[in-house]
Write a protein that binds this ligand. Structure first.
Ligand SMILES: [Zn+2]
Length: 49
């Protein structure tokens, strides 16, 4: 099932992206994304609403 999640920067806690992704059980929902606030790529973690 696809769900809308918020991608939150693990470094500065800024919520940078909204995206739809598969959220099947136990998957790690982390990925490298560009943080506008820090102006570099950081690890972002998916947060459900
Ligand atoms: Zn950041």
């Amino acid at each position: 099932m696809r769900e809308n999640v918020i991608m939150e920067c693990t470094s500065c806690k800024s919520r940078n992206y909204m995206t739809a992704m598969e959220t099947k059980g136990g998957r790690k929902l982390e990925m490298m994304k560009f943080c506008k606030k820090e102006r570099k790529h950081t690890l972002h973690r998916a947060r459900k609403k």
